[in-house]
Design a protein around this ligand. Structure first.
Ligand SMILES: [Zn+2]
Length: 426
């Protein structure tokens, strides 16, 4: 017993000592105010292990002896970006190179895209439809520290009525209940249902509402009874209206959101994840790269204008918006990444820069229910931190200058420490 106590005391001493050795201090940067107010200049951010322990002016925030100091002079610090609509093993019409992909190769592609996403500044993602359970496998590997990647919230496989826009096809309330329970059992913390057709479907009408009311209500009730929220892929005002009545929590894309639907979303607190990049001109290069067929490109064009109008109307209606892209978070788009281009398009559609920055940080954290852990730079929060060259709460294009990424206290990327001439190609 005495020995055990002594051992415990020794371990306590050792862990105190190592905790000091692990302190990281980001020194001299500006902390961006997410509400667009005055930033905190010449700041010190102290990080112990995975979390922020202190943030304050350099004058009154001493850096502990032995801390690893990372100079941040001239940089602007924001929370890690969050992308709420991601498929890390995206497979669209034309993507010939990944035909007949096995779950093994899909898992590797998922992991590769997870690492690239984190490197691009995205520290939390929500997966809105993955296949063969690779999302759960990769999430576990990242959470265990085997690989670097964003924090993952996943909906598992997307559930639809037979012929719908999604992977797991079921029919009737009982089958929907079972499908939801199966995803939750595997580790899903969201449920994704495809309540209407999609741009890439080759059958049916995107404006139709194929679920019965019983199917919608049962899927949502069972998810809620498991403490899991439900999001719906929608391109149909009729399906959206029915899903709001059934208690849905969130909509993806909303290619055609009507004033009636937007009014109900606002009144019931239904979230909107626009994925506006998929239907705008910046996605052209991506579609060309994967060899999208002409019919697909024509549909994207025809939907693009209505989609942008939906976004603009949702912003002016005051609907809660969380950023999501439906492209890889790091995918090149108009000279930046899909995630950053998405935020820029929110400003084009009527948000202030600070609002767009919140849609990429604090708002997704609220939507996921993790707003006491991530989405802000505050003591006690995970040290998920990105640095840029100017204040993105004043000009959202400052996000194009990301040069530093930290997740949970671990520096993933620091361009300032890369020897001149060295090239990082991710
Ligand atoms: Zn999607």
């Amino acid at each position: 017993m005495k020995h055990a106590l002594l051992a415990a005391a020794t371990i306590a001493l050792l862990s105190t000592a190592s905790a000091h050795a692990e302190t990281v201090a980001l020194v001299g940067g500006n902390i961006v105010d997410l509400a667009g107010k005055a930033p905190l200049h010449d700041a010190v951010v102290l990080i112990d292990g995975e979390r922020i322990t202190a943030i304050g002016p350099a004058a009154s925030t001493p850096v502990p002896a032995g801390a690893t100091v990372v100079p941040m002079h001239g940089k602007w610090l924001i929370p890690g970006l969050m992308n709420m609509h991601v498929h890390l093993a995206l497979n669209l019409p034309g993507a010939a190179r990944i035909h007949n992909e096995t779950p093994d190769s899909m898992a590797l592609r998922t992991l590769d895209n997870a690492r690239k996403s984190l490197w691009s500044g995205v520290t939390t993602i929500r997966l809105t439809g993955s296949d063969a359970g690779v999302d759960f496998t990769v999430k576990k590997a990242i959470d265990a520290g085997m690989f670097d990647g964003p924090r993952i919230h996943t909906a598992g496989s997307s559930i639809v009525a037979t012929g719908g826009h999604g992977k797991t096809e079921v029919d009737g309330p009982a089958a929907f209940a079972k499908a939801v329970r199966e995803q939750v059992k595997r580790g899903a913390t969201w449920i994704k249902i495809g309540i209407s057709g999609g741009i890439s479907d080759t059958h049916g009408d995107i404006g139709a509402s194929p679920f019965t009311d019983d199917e919608l209500k049962t899927a949502i009730e069972v998810a809620h009874r498991n403490g899991v929220k439900v999001t719906g892929h929608t391109g149909s005002p009729i399906a959206s209206d029915a899903a709001i009545d059934a208690g849905i929590d969130c909509f993806e894309h909303g290619y055609f959101l009507t004033p009636t639907v937007l009014g109900k979303m606002k009144a019931r607190g239904v979230w909107y994840v626009p994925t506006i990049v998929v239907s705008q001109s910046g996605a052209r290069a991506f579609y060309a790269k994967i060899g999208s067929p002409d019919w697909y490109l024509a549909r994207v064009d025809s939907v693009g204008k209505a989609h942008f109008r939906s976004l603009r109307d949702a912003i002016s209606a005051g609907v809660s918006i969380a950023l999501g892209t439906d492209q890889y978070p790091w995918e090149p788009n108009e000279g930046t990444t899909a995630t950053i281009r998405e935020a820029e398009l929110y400003v084009d559609a009527g948000m202030t820069a600070a609002q767009a920055l919140r849609a990429a940080t604090i708002e997704p954290a609220r939507m996921l229910g993790v707003d006491k852990e991530v989405g802000q730079l505050k003591p006690g929060y995970y040290a998920d931190i990105v640095a840029v060259d100017a204040d993105p709460a004043r000009d959202i294009r400052a996000l194009r200058t990301i040069g530093f990424v930290m997740k949970g206290g671990k520096t993933i990327r620091n361009d300032a420490s890369v020897p001149s001439g060295a090239k990082i190609d991710r």
